[in-house]
Design a protein around this ligand. Structure first.
Ligand SMILES: [Zn+2]
Length: 427
């Protein structure tokens, strides 16, 4: 063989190997035989369904779907199958230690490096995926853009975790959410991005977007100086140039109204809103992400929050499940903790079918990923969870995910989590 022939032969071999190795993963067909599948539109559990998945996407759903010979068949006949769950307000890189921190998250910034927090974030992200959360919106408190690195590592397959939308640094007026100590003003940065004029706000938004923000979080009302409607509008306009929405942290009517009229996508917490403002949110399609802590974790404002949740549901304000789960609790994973927030929705009298919608399709709509996620339908990515009891009877059944698939890849089957690091081939 001369050298040209040899290099041609090598080329052909490489191409053949690529085809061989690329095919089984990319063109894999999986058929899920499901006892019941949640139909988001009707709110019913449809019996005896087959879900066909090709190359990570759902290609057919129904009782009469023909399973191709080459498909891998997975038996979920004893299970209730629902779309992958979504937490629209969480913090993978913030794990407060109640015994150490007196419940105050200053200490995380004070005592922990971004790299340490990222490692903890990896564990939290895996716990979320194991629990059945296939997508999350991570709203800051991530040190110096640690969330961007976690998101990248998940996307590249280095670590397992949900699909992430990340906010980067939280933008706020001077002080952020801290009460600063005059001689140590730097302690709140880079956790918060202080911006006090419209120009500074625009610059802060641009920097966040430069570093990869999918959403920008604005703290509207945690100081004695709230952002004005004009200032919030500056953020909305600047972010919109890059197609990025604004999420606004606001507790009371006046700052919430300013944020709604300025064009934000969601209000976080929004504990003390009147019916009038909840109605305005409905009219403007602004999502309520109430982060309503269950009574056992935060009894003080519990009644107010449950009352607001009940009123918002009655009015028809769009609601997405979002927790703010960020405290360490011995014996509980981040996934366990996240499920605890379902109690607040149950206490507000919201039926399981709508809690499930808030945890799937509603959150997907808020995040503008509903074209790909949030329901089990032909054409969508296969983000799929199976549990052993009917969550429409008792939403608590969602805790028991024994099967978790994200984008067609199985991460948990038979109650066991599967994951292996990508193979790295050295010289
Ligand atoms: Zn939060």
């Amino acid at each position: 063989m001369n050298s040209t022939t040899r290099s041609q032969a090598t080329f052909v071999t490489v191409v053949l190997l690529l085809i061989l190795y690329a095919f089984p993963t990319n063109a894999q067909t999986v058929a899920l035989q499901a006892g019941y599948v949640f139909d988001t539109e009707s709110g019913a559990m449809l019996p005896d369904q087959i879900i066909l998945i090709d190359d990570g996407r759902i290609t057919a759903v129904g009782p009469q779907v023909v399973i191709p010979d080459h498909a891998t068949v997975i038996d979920l006949k004893d299970s209730w199958v629902v779309p992958g769950l979504i937490d629209a307000h969480t913090h993978m890189l913030l794990t407060r230690q109640p015994a150490r921190d007196y419940g105050n998250y200053y200490f995380t910034t004070l005592l922990e490096t971004t790299s340490y927090r990222s490692v903890v974030g990896v564990a939290n992200a895996q716990a979320m995926l194991e629990a059945g959360f296939t997508a999350i919106r991570d709203l800051g408190n991530t040190g110096n853009y640690g969330d961007m690195d976690l998101k990248r590592a998940i996307d590249e397959g280095w670590v397992p975790g949900p699909m992430m939308q990340a906010a980067g640094r939280i933008i706020a007026p001077y002080g952020g959410q801290f009460t600063l100590q005059a001689e140590r003003r730097d302690l709140a940065e880079p956790e918060y991005f202080f911006a006090d004029t419209e120009e500074q706000i625009r610059m802060a938004v641009r920097e966040n977007i430069h570093f990869g923000a999918d959403v920008v979080k604005l703290v509207v009302d945690d100081q004695r100086y709230d952002y004005t409607q004009a200032e919030i509008r500056a953020a909305v306009e600047e972010a919109a140039k890059a197609g990025v929405p604004i999420s606004a942290h606001a507790y009371t009517d006046k700052p919430a109204t300013d944020a709604i009229l300025a064009g934000v996508a969601s209000l976080e917490h929004a504990t003390y809103l009147s019916d009038h403002v909840l109605q305005l949110m409905k009219e403007r399609n602004v999502y309520l992400v109430g982060t309503d802590f269950p009574q056992k974790y935060s009894p003080s404002s519990y009644d107010a929050r449950i009352d607001r949740l009940r009123r918002a549901y009655a009015i028809g304000t769009p609601i997405a499940f979002g927790t703010d789960a960020s405290h360490y609790r011995e014996g509980f994973t981040r996934g366990d903790l996240t499920f605890d927030f379902m109690h607040s929705f149950v206490d507000a009298g919201i039926p399981p079918v709508d809690i499930l919608r808030m945890m799937t399709v509603n959150a997907a709509r808020l995040m503008d990923i509903d074209q790909d996620r949030g329901t089990i339908e032909t054409g969508k990515l296969a983000d799929i969870v199976a549990v052993s009891a009917n969550p429409l009877d008792d939403i608590e059944a969602l805790r028991g995910a024994h099967f978790v698939m994200k984008e067609g890849r199985i991460f948990k089957q038979g109650g066991r989590f599967h994951w292996s690091a990508p193979t790295v081939i050295g010289e």
